[in-house]
Design a protein around this ligand. Structure first.
Ligand SMILES: Cc1ncc(COP(=O)(O)O)c(C=O)c1O
Length: 499
């Protein structure tokens, strides 16, 4: 069998045809070392093996190795073979021979990305490492019963079923769709059957699918203001016209007589993201009526409704009326872990077949083994048990964070729309505060909070100031330390504190 280096050298030797074979091999190997194809401190194949891989005599390889050794690129270690030197010869690297990759012309570099691609870069907001105090929306992934889930996965992998190893164009694993239909009917009052559910790679993909399949470039789409930046960015790149709608304690305030009726209305009715209120019954009815009147679709993002720490959970908007014009999105990112990348979209019956086909054309569909494992995990009762356990844990962590805020800052710092729910809360700051600068200083000191003002689309002057603080993936001990750091940042920014 040929090594990767063997393959590489064979290709290079075909291009370098000048001189004797050992000189050509010397040049090709030296270029491979300089270009980093073989890294410093890597062992090279034995001369006999390399000779047979690239069909030259062993002497040819030995001569090339010796010359590279003499020039300082290789080292022979007695009894341990030939290695690339740790430091490459400076003299060679400084010569004019060093090849430079051709530079992109000005025109090429200004067109590397499309207009919408480069716009999106300007709005990119995903944190590089979404873990620790106080990353909003991150669950405690270490608490998941990995041993149970991996046991189910291992069993399924031992009996591989062809149907789980090929592309899916059925909207995902039927067992998962069916387990979800049962769960959603009971836990979220969603009116649905398995044949209305499309499994997606999280809510992000569901937003992409819905906006591409149900709206055209330039169509008007309502979103809440403030809203989840990930939703805004997905809509942005799809070229729709995003119309931000203000939010109050009852949730989105819809325009009663819109001049440009929306094609889609994205909302977070159970737990407005990021402020934390829920959509009142009155507004729910208004929204459904507006959607019916203008043939719009409401898209319900039910990202974290499993976590409500007091009172009853609010039922879904989708289930409020029969045949409501609502598509419902959910995710396992908060209840299991984000990198699982499994979510779901519940659609009205007539939309199932077309959306399933669009999904298959756009994304192909896969991860059926994980989906089947998840179905069993739910059916065996582990999912509900895990949610119950996490609800208790996150509830305690939330109480602890609230107590720190009350003690060191005062209750008025907890946003007035806040309800005891979800995986984050909003620390409200006085209007004059620069929440972006405070979050940046905190981040430099290892504390991750996100500035509330950046969740708004409307002009910054109108945006409320505050910090989103996730409490789910940080234990009490780490929380105190991180809170101390944040408090210091707030003091330096002249935010009045109590102690
Ligand atoms: C409001 C909201 N919707 C959707 C998502 C993303 O969900 P997913 O991981 O399923 O794409 C998030 C993630 O934080 C969120 O906050």
């Amino acid at each position: 069998m040929r090594s990767l280096l063997g393959d590489h050298l064979l290709q290079r030797l075909q291009q370098d045809t000048e001189g004797k074979l050992h000189q050509r091999l010397f040049r090709c190997l030296r270029a491979a070392i300089i270009d980093g194809v073989v890294q410093p401190m890597t062992r090279l194949p034995a001369s006999r093996d390399l000779a047979s891989e690239i069909h030259v005599s062993r002497n040819t390889v030995l001569t090339a190795y010796e010359q590279l050794q003499a020039e300082g690129y290789l080292e022979a270690r007695t009894g341990h073979g030939t290695w690339v030197a740790e430091k490459l010869p400076e003299s060679f690297l400084n010569t004019k021979n060093k090849k430079k990759a051709p530079e992109l012309t000005k025109v090429q570099s200004s067109y590397v990305l499309s207009q919408r691609g480069s716009n999106l870069l300007g709005y990119a907001a995903a944190s590089p490492h979404q873990w620790g105090a106080f990353v909003p929306g991150a669950p405690d992934v270490t608490e998941f019963p990995h041993h149970i889930f991996s046991r189910i996965q291992a069993r399924l992998s031992r009996e591989p079923d062809v149907n789980r190893l090929i592309y899916s164009n059925a909207g995902g694993c039927i067992e998962l769709r069916s387990a979800l239909a049962d769960y959603l009917r009971v836990a979220r009052s969603v009116q649905c059957d398995a044949d209305q559910i499309i499994i997606t790679e999280g809510i992000h993909q569901a937003i992409d699918l819905v906006s591409r399949a149900l709206s055209d470039i330039g169509d008007h789409i309502w979103i809440e203001d403030p809203a989840y930046w990930g939703m805004r960015n997905t809509l942005r790149i799809n070229g729709v016209h995003i119309q931000p709608m203000p939010v109050d304690v009852e949730g989105i305030i819809p325009e009663q007589q819109p001049k440009q009726p929306p094609k889609l209305i994205f909302v977070t009715p159970s737990h407005q993201y990021p402020l934390g209120s829920h959509l009142s019954l009155d507004r729910r009815r208004q929204l459904i009526q507006i959607a019916r009147q203008h043939n719009s679709w409401i898209v319900e993002d039910d990202y974290d409704s499993e976590f409500r720490f007091s009172g009853q959970p609010y039922p879904s908007l989708q289930g409020l009326e029969n045949n409501a014009p609502v598509l419902y999105m959910g995710t396992f990112s908060k209840t299991i872990y984000p990198s699982l990348r499994i979510g779901y979209l519940v659609v009205p019956k007539p939309l199932f077949s077309p959306l399933r086909i669009v999904a298959a054309e756009l994304y192909r569909g896969g991860h059926l083994l994980e989906q089947k494992a998840l179905a069993e995990f739910i059916r065996e009762g582990h999912y509900e048990a895990h949610i119950r356990r996490m609800r208790l844990l996150y509830g305690k962590r939330r109480d602890y964070l609230v107590s720190l805020i009350q003690r060191y800052l005062g209750s008025e710092f907890i946003h007035e729309y806040d309800e005891a729910a979800g995986l984050h809360l909003v620390l409200k700051l006085p209007d004059h505060c620069d929440d972006v600068a405070i979050a940046a200083t905190a981040l430099e000191r290892g504390v991750k909070v996100r500035p509330l003002s950046q969740y708004y689309m409307q002009s910054h002057a109108h945006a409320q100031r505050g910090l989103l603080m996730g409490f789910a993936c940080v234990n009490e001990k780490d929380m105190v330390m991180a809170f101390g750091v944040l408090l210091q940042c707030l003091r330096e920014a002249k935010v009045p504190t109590l102690n």
